[in-house]
Design a protein around this ligand. Sequence first.
Ligand code: B4P
Length: 194
Amino acid sequence: MRLVLLGAPGSGKGTQAERLKTELSVPHISTGDMLRAAVAAGTPQGLKAKAVMDAGKLVSDDILLGMLEERLTQPDVKNGFILDGYPRNLAQADALEHLLVKIGQPLDAVIKLKVPSEVILGRCEIRFKAQGRADDNPETVRDRLVIYAEQTAPVAEFYAKRGKLQIVDGVGELEEVTARVKRALENESAAANG
Ligand code: B4P
């Protein structure tokens, strides 16, 4: 299974990917986690990314594509992946299409988790209080939602035009949302198998 999870910041992409990876027997690839690991390790990419991430902006497409290409060509990805946090703009969507053709791993499904902004603000505030992630600061989350609407929302349209997009309600208990995503994946594979 090669799956892309789309959704606004705090919509639960990472949370759901962690729950699904064992069942689907594929790795969870989060560009946010990769960037936070690079920041923590103090790599040159991490040093460049930190201020951008803390401000809730998007890190440069070049840095992301380099990291992703390296990750998607590792052996554990041969049976598929759950990609969380990428693509976040149309240039990244194009780059991903090219990369997947190059490595012969076309996408099976794209799922967008739909969550209203007021719910997102509430979730990120809880995480901000618990973990202190700078980009979960309520002011920064508002900025991230604007960037999402301007740059990331068109990515859903990109996949809708290719007949790949499914939209899933991301509000509810974690188990409920996971069950909805699984149903959407079953529908996708039933449709693919005729
Ligand atoms: P990410 O790490 O992708 O951060 P996110 O959007 O906040 O995560 P997600 O939607 O996965 O939410 P989560 O499950 O954690 O990105 C961070 C930053 O990295 C970006 O702002 C950007 O700077 C940079 N970046 C990453 N990818 C990039 C790219 N491709 N290009 C450029 N820059 C990039 O859930 C959030 C909270 O909600 C959690 O606390 C969770 O417990 C809670 N929650 C989840 N589901 C819930 C539910 N059903 N009910 C109640 N709470 C729930």
